[in-house]
Design a binder for this molecule. Structure first.
Ligand SMILES: NC(=O)c1ccc[n+]([C@@H]2O[C@H](COP(=O)([O-])OP(=O)(O)OC[C@H]3O[C@@H](n4cnc5c(N)ncnc54)[C@H](O)[C@@H]3O)[C@@H](O)[C@H]2O)c1
Length: 462
């Protein structure tokens, strides 16, 4: 078998593999040990999670709550069965058969609902950003300490992605050299392609459907988007930032919102490391992955290499591309001809610029020697296609499925989530202080949160 296949070979092998795969057979749901859960807030995210939960046997939805009947109808259709329906979340929490709750309400309600759920003896999966106000950081930490046996997980799904875990391993094992910088972006075009969630509905601040657009309820782009990526930076650097500074303004979307539509931030991490961050609303272009994917991604930069990374969802696969840096130039000694040549070669590589990216491949593509002839051929074919950039390797599972299954597993085993309370609180602190840095136009130190930093500024039209 040659390593370099022709396209005809590839098509032939792929066709044969598809024919062998046969129809998908779904097993009946029969997990008697399933965690009985209720969901609070069945809007966009709640329904998305229910779509995934419908295929997860380790949990069974027995109750749902939303103040809006239409949202409950949609949610019930998504999950099926006959969960009990509530308009007041406290009634759901009073149900004895509910062991765990999934909180997918607007941000300002995360803390009061999570608090009441812990006090009712429930395990909690709460979407990011975990809490909204500085005082909630301290209050939730104290409350959780009083309820050590209850699981509290934050919905930061990148922590459950195989691609991101591989990136973390590469950073920790020094594959990228000394990693001192990251750049992350989440850009959207809110003018040409406004998203329903970010479009103002009538009623302004008085209409809770507009919760994302007002600082009374929301942390704006920082809470909704940056929170995912500053968490990735914390994870990669192995610590939270020391300080944040930035610029935020409302430049384009003048619909009455008081959250910024333009966010530019610099986070300084211990050990002379930093993450720069951008979220604009005028344009969705991304220079990552050869511009093959718009909007969002993270770039991790080390002395020996760079990773471009983005998460997958139901439509788009996760991607991780690895670029190598030129090797370290050796010292030139004029008298030693061979060393001089080395130096010139190194300099040429630097001047030549970028290396070609290598897509990250997982162990499912490694040859074990035990596979059938056809399996081996398929692995070669897939490697070839990935290496040529014809295909991107898909994450074996959507990390949303993994985070939810992991939650149920922890409820049963008493394990600690990867996105545990401290991960969630550190992320919330970053959200709170980033908005404060932009509001006040100054460097904000992370230890200010201990002083109960107010962070109640409002975006101004600048
Ligand atoms: N992890 C992710 O990638 C991700 C993605 C999207 C949203 N989220 C998070 O999920 C949360 C919800 O976002 P969304 O997009 O679903 O918002 P949404 O506005 O679509 O849904 C919120 C729902 O909560 C309901 N609600 C409001 N007050 C309530 C109350 N007192 N009791 C019960 N229900 C109430 C609303 O009626 C609505 O149906 C946010 O915190 C958001 O940041 C996370």
């Amino acid at each position: 078998m040659k390593d370099d296949l022709t396209r005809r070979d590839v098509v032939k092998i792929a066709g044969a593999a598809a024919a062998m795969a046969g129809p998908l057979i779904r097993t009946a749901r029969a997990d008697t040990n399933a965690v009985q859960f209720g969901i609070i807030g069945t809007g966009s995210r709640g329904t998305y999670l229910l779509k995934h939960l419908a295929k997860i046997d380790a949990g069974r939805c027995v109750a749902m709550c939303d103040i809006d009947n239409d949202q409950l109808d949609k949610a019930q259709k998504t999950i099926g069965g006959s969960p009990k329906r509530f308009k007041d979340y406290r009634e759901l929490l009073a149900q004895k058969d509910v062991e765990a709750v999934i909180v997918t309400t607007p941000l300002f309600l995360h803390f009061p609902i999570t608090k009441d759920a812990l006090l009712s003896g429930k395990h909690v999966f709460c979407e990011k950003s975990l809490v909204f106000r500085p005082e909630e950081v301290h209050a939730l930490r104290a409350l959780k300490a009083e309820h050590p046996k209850q699981v509290l997980q934050t919905g930061l799904q990148r922590r459950y992605s195989k691609f991101y875990q591989t990136a973390k391993d590469m950073v920790d094992k020094g594959v990228l050299g000394k990693v001192t910088a990251m750049h992350c972006q989440w850009h959207r075009n809110m003018v040409n392609t406004p998203s329903a969630l970010w479009t103002a509905k009538p009623g302004g601040e008085g209409n809770l459907k507009n919760w994302r657009l007002y600082r009374k309820y929301s942390g704006g782009l920082v809470a909704e988007l940056t929170s995912h990526q500053v968490d990735v930076a914390d994870w990669m650097f192995g610590t939270g930032p020391e300080l944040v500074m930035g610029w935020g303004s409302i430049d384009l979307v003048n619909d009455g919102r008081d959250v910024y539509d333009n966010v530019q931030l610099i986070y300084r991490y211990p050990g002379k490391r930093q993450m720069t961050y951008s979220s604009v609303s005028c344009n969705q272009h991304s220079p990552l992955f050869g511009s093959s994917r718009p909007q969002m991604g993270e770039m991790i930069m080390g002395t020996d290499g760079t990773l471009h990374l983005t998460v997958g969802d139901d439509t788009n696969p996760a991607i991780c591309w690895w670029y190598r840096e030129p090797p370290k130039a050796t010292t030139v000694e004029k008298t030693d001809k061979s060393k001089k040549e080395n130096y010139v070669a190194g300099a040429t590589m630097v001047a030549g610029g970028a290396s070609r990216p290598v897509p990250l491949l997982f162990d499912d593509l490694a040859l074990t020697g035990k596979e059938s002839f056809l399996d081996k051929e398929v692995k070669f074919a897939r490697r070839w296609l990935y290496s040529k950039g014809v295909m991107v390797q898909e994450e074996a599972r959507n990390p949303v499925d993994t985070e939810l299954e992991s939650f149920f597993q922890n409820v049963r085993d008493g394990g600690t989530p990867r996105a545990n309370i401290e991960v969630g609180l550190a992320d919330s602190v970053a959200v709170i202080l980033s908005n404060q840095a932009m509001d006040e136009g100054r460097k904000v130190y992370f230890n200010e949160i201990e002083k109960g930093s107010p962070a109640k500024g409002k975006a101004k039209n600048t």
